[in-house]
Design a protein around this ligand. Structure first.
Ligand code: ZN
Ligand code: ZN
Length: 121
């Protein structure tokens, strides 16, 4: 592949933004990829930071959700257990079942989310 600007020079890489071939003179190494010097350097860096942010969001979310869901399950079990053993309050029992139901649906949702991520990466 030849440089987009200098047809006599071999390219050392492609700009990550516009995919043009670039020679040593035209290429700027942004640290995260090669970019057209003085033209797409910031675009490439911005694109990279976007991708990194997405990765972080995906890898953090399911685990923190699972933790908060465990808390909901614990609360639900506590409410149901308390109403069964002590008060016999049907309100507390239903509230407990509601918590457990919420936990079950969120767990299924998270499971599907995790599965989706594994196929994506
Ligand atoms: Zn470019
Ligand atoms: Zn060039």
């Amino acid at each position: 592949m030849k440089c987009f600007n200098h047809h006599e020079s071999d390219s050392v890489g492609q700009c990550k933004h516009c995919y043009k071939g670039l020679c040593k003179e035209c290429a700027a190494d942004t640290g995260v990829g090669i970019a057209c010097k003085g033209l797409h350097e910031q675009d490439v860096e911005f694109l990279h930071s976007l991708i990194e942010n997405n990765k972080n969001a995906y890898s953090n979310t399911p685990q923190s959700l699972l933790m908060s869901n465990l808390f909901v399950l614990l609360m639900g079990g506590l409410f149901v257990g308390y109403s069964l053993y002590f008060s016999g309050s049907s309100f507390l029992m239903w509230f407990g079942f509601l918590c457990i139901g919420y936990w079950a649906s969120m767990t299924v949702y998270n499971f599907m989310l995790l599965k989706k991520i594994k196929t994506d990466y």
